[in-house]
Structure formats: C-alpha cells, structure tokens
Design a protein around this ligand. Sequence first.
Ligand SMILES: C[S@@+](CC[C@H](N)C(=O)[O-])C[C@H]1O[C@@H](n2cnc3c(N)ncnc32)[C@H](O)[C@@H]1O
Length: 257
Amino acid sequence: MDWVAEFYSTTGGWWGRAEAEITERDHRRLRLLHEHAGERPLRVLELGSGYGTTAAVMARAGHAVTAVEVSDRVEFAGRFTRDVEPGALTVVRADFYEVDLPRDFDVVCYWNGFGVGCDADQRRLLTRIAGEWLRPGGTALIDVFNPFVWARWDGDEEHRLPDPAAGYDHELRERIRFDPVTCTAIDTWWPVADPERAISQVLRCYSPADLALLLTGTGLALAKIHVGEHAFAPAARPGPRDLLHDHHEYLAVCRSS
Ligand SMILES: C[S@@+](CC[C@H](N)C(=O)[O-])C[C@H]1O[C@@H](n2cnc3c(N)ncnc32)[C@H](O)[C@@H]1O
C-alpha cells in the first residue's frame, strides 16, 4: 500500500485545481447518508476524504464530521470550511490504519476508495470500523469497486489534453488493466512529457457475494446494496442487472452488530 500517498498526492497535484469542487456527487452522497442512516444530526467519520468536499457538505447539513485523509489532497479542504459551524468539521491528516479516534460514530463512510491492499488489509479496516469507531448498531457506507465493469474496461486507454482555463495543466495518458486472477483493476497514469513517471492505483474489486464473505467475522454485516438510484437486499432475486454494465462501483450499506 506504499503507493497510496504518492498516487493520490501526485494526481491531486495534476487535477486538484479543477476537481476540488463541491458537485452533485457530494450532494448525492448526503442523500444516501440520509436514506440509510437518517436525517437527525449524526456523528460521521469519513475515511479517505480526498479534497474534503463531501465532508463539508455533510457538515453544512448539520452533521458532526471527522474526515481522515493521508495524501496532499487534504490541503484543499480549507476551501470548503466556509459556512460550516465551528467544530462541525474536523479534518485529520493521517493513515486510517494508524489513526487513533474515539468510538462514538453513528456512521463511518468511505466513498470511492475501498479496495486498496490485500483481503487481509480490507478485513483489518472493516474490523476497525466495527470494533473501534462505530457505536453498536451503527451504519457503515462503503463504495465498493464493481469487478464486472472494471473487467470490461481492460485495455482501455485515454489521452487527456491540457485545459488550463478549466484547471487541467498537464497532458496525461491513462491505461486500465484488469487482472482476472486477483480481481484487481490496475489504473495507470503518466504525463506524456515524462512517461517514466507512470504511477498506478491497484484496486481490489468485490462482487456483493464476495463482499459478504469478506465481512464475515469483522463485526459488520451487509444490509443492502445501493446501485445507481436503487437499494436492494443482498438476497434480492433477480439482483440488479445494471451492476453488469452501468456502475463501476456500488454502495454497500453495512450494520455493526
Ligand atoms: C479515489 S480517492 C477518493 C477520495 C474521496 N473519497 C472522493 O470520493 O473524492 C481515495 C482516497 O482515499 C485516500 N486513502 C487511501 N488509503 C488511505 C489511508 N490508509 N488512510 C487515509 N486515506 C487513505 C487516498 O489518499 C485518496 O484520497
């Protein structure tokens, strides 16, 4: 997992000026929080909070948010603290495998990031969420990378041209590979001017059934999966077919026991 801070710091340097903005994606996440955990003021821990946009939207909605982020992306978070009640948003620069936090959260969320490292690493994190941070009966909202869509992207390449007016200063290339043995997506980026500087993120993908197995013994159980705009019981038959084609991640709604 030693690539993590470098990958997200470097890419944040490449496109953070353009993408560190509150968008509809952050407001959708707030709606998901309310749908699956309720609208009363909640104590929320956000893991891997990136630029801090979703944390700020949750805090502005009245929740008490602690956000943990290991990379330089955390430096953008100050932009979004306007309109946040004093004390409603705490941003901590730390590795969530190491950080020490009190056990008093109603919700732990991890948007668009779960799957770094091996299965034992995910289980260590899930066990920390259930055993150290969530109150009993609390909710974990975890975006999970969908293997069916990432596998279809195997071999895809993109060429991003610079657009300084929009905040994109670099000419970049991207190549996606999918390893069907380890069920991991390998997403590699490099500056066209300096291909030696290629960096990759390696993302373990889980089907809902495999996620349910991974959760066994961690203190979390899969209550629902939320795909696109719909939530399903994990045992729903037939399952949501758009998982085959349309969504590169789905939200796992988990409850702590
Ligand atoms: C794909 S980005 C998503 C960021 C943000 N959640 C969003 O949706 O915009 C994943 C984030 O998780 C962070 N991250 C990964 N492993 C971490 C760790 N062990 N501790 C803290 N942050 C971590 C990365 O630095 C990165 O900013």
